[in-house]
Design a protein around this ligand. Structure first.
Ligand code: MSP
Length: 642
């Protein structure tokens, strides 16, 4: 067997109902699973729920339920039920309370203990219940771990520890030698930073009297294992329980959110090494979904969107497509209902659905509903069609799903243009041009076949439905690289439902975070912000934005945020201070003397206590790095950019 692919998601804490962030991650993984299946990989997709630990025991107590009763309801009734409705194409759904998992965790613990890599010690430190781990002072911002709602508490406890520090040099070397081990590159850089200093040993147990809700340590009944040692092993226990560790494990890609980077990039590889298991192949890290106002989404903030409601209103395909098309993994992505509506109307209804109904109408009217014989003439459309997969594949390999989908939609737009230019309705009026008419209609069908196959991983139902509307069945990715596979003589159905009914647009101004929020400066999802046609701006709109050349005269780290730099800029007649989210990609020194492009008339905003008076322009390169925009030749500071 030559092509094997194993894909996993983080297992969600079964302590509250699933939110859009959980759904986003499952859709990312589902896309990769479907893509690889179409590409002929023997694929296995695992998801599930994380059900032990203090956080869950507390939530159960609050709900007046036993932990088991509580997690059963959430895991089956909420998470799994929602993922089924979303058509997440998982092969296995693991729950950490299952016997198969507990048994395996105990085996690995015993093995690592016997090898001498687990010891017992007393420890005092700051403990985050939210992240279920001890944290260091350095990780805290304003006394709180980013993402937590409460500050960590001081705890003194005797626990079992895993000798993690021992494996640091090995892990560092592995990362240095395998640049694609953690992607996108910004997250890899974060881990390289973490590994520069001692990482310490990892506390892996809790006294049973305090946290009984866990897996017992096999050699000490007074302790249960700590949440990460339990949870991370799900990725292997699921395979082992089905007897399929071989062939899948070595081809494993983990999809996770940025908040659990350290456990997956540091704890997990060192645990695997100590247990004598091979490493996973790749860690795919994504940013968070934010509300459209650029803030964290939260029920209490009143800006959260309910994934179940979105699914009900817009259907599986629109939700999958919009979450893939309007986000970028390298950064956090604002997302909301108007984004779904806008994508549905533009890409799906206007560009794709409309083209299908146009070509169907013409085939029924001019060709008796039968796909004509092509003449075999060469055309640009055919050449672009068969080379589309070669453009899309590397984008998917680089995890730039938004750009991959845009590339396919560009092709669909060129098909629409082709119809407009060729005017089949005029060709149909002239009998002598029947061959040309048939060639044009065949070309559009073939182009749509190719586009639909390449879109199938993002449109699990509608891509097939589109082909059914043309009387066509399934194809592999490789079959998009050959022109002419739609069989001439195929009869198309007389009736076909409208692929994507158009919806009333939602207010455009609700679509994106307001421009006065420069906290998202360079970390904005730059690559995903191609606006659909409906939101074209006029030259007058553009003239409202004042762009100027600005020279960096000083740059330093933001005192409270690792990802931000504070830049002092010379803008000709005055200086400005701008806070920019580029610290992962530029050292402060490397920016001094550089000329950048500044949005000079943005309302000032305060970012983590530092005022930002504008925003600098930047884009994302093929490796996911944020790159600042600089003038091609020397322009003086303050020069207007138009
Ligand atoms: N149980 C742990 C993971 C253990 S994996 C061995 C956990 N659970 S979680 O429910 O808190 O998060 C599950 C996944 O959802 C994580 O990858 C997390 O990053 C992701 N998300 C949580 N909030 C998110 C957003 N707002 N946006 C995108 N993903 C987010 O962590």
């Amino acid at each position: 067997m030559s092509k094997v692919f194993y894909i996993t998601t983080a297992i969600d804490y079964a302590n509250a109902a699933p939110h859009i962030g959980h759904v986003y991650e499952k859709i990312l993984a589902d896309f990769l699973a479907r893509w690889h299946r179409l590409d002929g990989y023997q694929t296995y997709f695992l998801t599930g729920t994380d059900e032990h630990g203090e956080k869950i025991a507390r939530a159960a107590a609050k709900a007046g339920k036993s932990p088991k009763e509580f997690v059963d309801e959430l895991s089956e009734g909420s998470f799994r039920a929602l993922y089924d409705r979303l058509q997440i194409s998982y092969d296995d759904f693991i729950r950490t309370t299952q016997e198969r998992h507990k048994k395996y965790v105990q085996q690995v613990l015993q093995r690592v203990y016997e090898a001498g890599d687990i010891y017992y010690a007393e420890y005092e430190g700051l403990y985050s219940v939210g992240a279920e781990r001890f944290v260091t002072e350095k990780e805290l911002v304003d006394g709180v771990l980013p993402g937590d709602s409460e500050p960590p508490v001081l705890r003194r406890e005797a626990n079992y520890f895993f000798r993690m520090e021992k494996y640091r040099p090995w892990l560092l070397e592995h990362l240095q030698q395998n640049p694609e081990f953690i992607q996108p590159v910004g997250y890899r850089n974060e881990v390289l930073e973490m590994l520069k200093e001692p990482i310490g040993d990892l506390s892996i147990s809790r006294p049973k009297e305090r946290v009984p809700w866990g897996i017992p340590i096999p050699w000490d009944e007074n302790h249960v294992t700590y949440v990460w040692f339990d949870a991370l092993l799900n990725y292997v226990s699921a395979l082992v329980s089905k007897g399929i560790f071989e062939p899948y494990w070595r081809h494993c890609w983990h999809v996770i959110g940025k908040d659990i980077l350290k456990p997956h990039a540091v704890f997990w590889p060192t645990m695997l090494k100590a247990a004598g298991l091979p490493l996973y192949e790749k860690l795919v890290v994504h940013g968070h979904i934010l509300a459209l106002d650029g803030r964290k989404m939260g029920k209490s903030l009143g800006n959260a969107i309910d994934p179940a409601e979105m699914l009900e209103k817009y259907g599986v395909d629109a939700l999958h497509y919009a979450l893939l098309r309007d986000t970028t993994l390298a950064a956090d992505s604002p997302f909301g209902e108007p984004v779904i509506v806008s994508r549905l109307n533009s890409d799906l209804a206007n560009d794709l659905g409309n083209l299908l109904s146009r070509v169907r109408t013409m085939l029924l009217k001019y060709c008796g509903g039968v796909l004509p014989e092509p003449s075999g003439a060469d055309s640009d459309i055919a050449r672009e069609g068969v080379s589309l997969a070669a453009k899309v594949r590397p984008l998917i390999r680089e995890l730039r799903f938004n750009l991959a989908l845009e590339e396919i939609l560009q092709y669909v737009r060129s098909l629409n243009k082709y119809v407009n230019d060729q005017k089949p309705w005029e060709l149909a009026r002239d009998d002598s041009r029947k061959k040309t008419l048939e060639e044009v209609l065949y070309t559009v069908v073939e182009g749509l076949r190719i586009a639909s196959v390449l879109l199938e991983a993002a449109l699990p139902n509608k891509a097939k439905e589109l082909r059914s509307g043309l009387g066509l069945g399934d194809f592999t990715l490789a079959q998009t690289e050959t022109w002419g596979l739609s069989p001439a003589g195929t009869r198309i159905p007389e009736e076909a439902p409208i692929l994507f009914p158009k919806l009333e647009a939602m207010p455009q101004n609700a679509q994106r975070p307001t421009s006065s929020a420069p906290d998202t400066t360079a970390t904005k999802p730059t690559a995903s912000s191609h606006e659909p046609h409906s939101s074209l701006i006029t030259i007058d709109d553009f003239a409202k934005v004042e762009l100027r050349v600005a020279e960096v005269i000083k740059a330093e780290k933001h005192p409270k945020a690792d990802k931000l730099l504070v830049l002092t800029l010379n803008v000709g007649d005055h200086t400005r201070q701008v806070v920019s989210g580029i610290a992962q990609f530029y050292t402060p020194q490397s920016l001094v003397g550089k000329k950048l492009v500044l949005v000079a008339n943005l309302k000032p905003a305060t970012l983590r206590g530092v005022e930002s008076q504008g925003m600098i322009l930047a884009g994302e390169d093929a490796q996911g790095r944020i790159v600042v925009v600089t003038p091609e030749a020397d322009l003086p500071p303050g020069a207007k950019v138009r």
